[in-house]
Design a protein around this ligand. Structure first.
Ligand SMILES: [Cu+2]
Ligand SMILES: [Zn+2]
Length: 237
């Protein structure tokens, strides 16, 4: 398994604008995580009187060690309370074929300004409509993808169309189309999710993305009768 799992945090701050030109500082942290080791690339970009400078630091070690050092460096570069912080989180991972299919793809999740955007590029499907959901667990170990559990449903509602008055699972993304070449794209945005936050009703980290062979009828309980699970990925970094 070689999926690129990265987290990107960007923070920018502006110094008190006494001067004519605004001084800005941006700290960008990219964390790549593998089973044993993590690597963080911390890029600090400064603009002083219109002059831009950039510094890059690379930290390697266990995930905990790396995240500790990242927190220290970030605080040094853009002290909390003394700078405007804006955090952009980005996680990218690969979808792997399941149930004997050859459906794979790339998912990019970005959180910015309280909104999570989900983007997936998929290939190797039959032409037509397919369902895509967030399921309960980041476990794609079984051949049929069922190790990922049922639909993620932290609010204990019925399965349904996203936003339905009659209820819907927070994992009910819905349907998308694959073209004649078997390629498809999903772009979805919501403020009901977050990446790695404290709210269990919003946090999709540790859950799974599942693509189905069939269409979600948006009515059948508990999961829209969408058929076999043909692709799976854990939302982890
Ligand atoms: Cu599903
Ligand atoms: Zn559902």
């Amino acid at each position: 398994m070689s999926s690129c799992l990265c987290l990107l945090l960007a923070m920018s701050c502006q110094n008190t604008p006494k001067k004519e030109k605004e001084d800005t500082k941006t700290v960008e942290v990219k964390v790549e995580r593998t089973d044993s080791l993590s690597k963080a690339t911390v890029t600090t970009k400064k603009t002083v009187n219109g002059k831009v400078s950039e510094e890059v630091q690379v930290i390697e070690g266990t995930h905990e060690e790396v995240m500790k050092k990242v927190a220290v460096l970030t605080e040094e570069a853009a002290p909390e309370g003394n700078s405007e912080r804006k955090t952009v989180k980005k996680i990218q991972f690969q979808l792997d074929p399941k149930s004997g299919s050859s459906t794979s793809g790339m998912v990019t999740l970005t959180e910015e300004d309280g909104k999570v955007t989900f983007e997936a590029q998929l290939s190797g499907m039959s032409e037509g409509t397919h369902a895509i959901h967030i399921h309960e667990q980041a476990d794609c170990s079984s051949d049929d993808g069922k190790s990922s559990g049922g639909h993620w449903n932290p609010t204990f509602e019925n399965h349904g169309a996203w936003g339905s008055k009659d209820g819907f699972h927070r994992g009910d993304i819905g349907n998308f189309n694959a073209d004649a070449s078997g390629n498809g794209q999903v772009v979805f945005s919501t403020d009901l999710w977050c990446l790695d936050c404290e709210d269990p009703v919003k946090n999709i980290l540790g859950k799974a993305v599942i693509v189905h062979q069939g269409e979600d009828d948006l009515v059948s309980q508990p999961s829209g009768a969408a058929g076999a699970r043909i692709s799976c990925a854990g939302i982890i970094y």
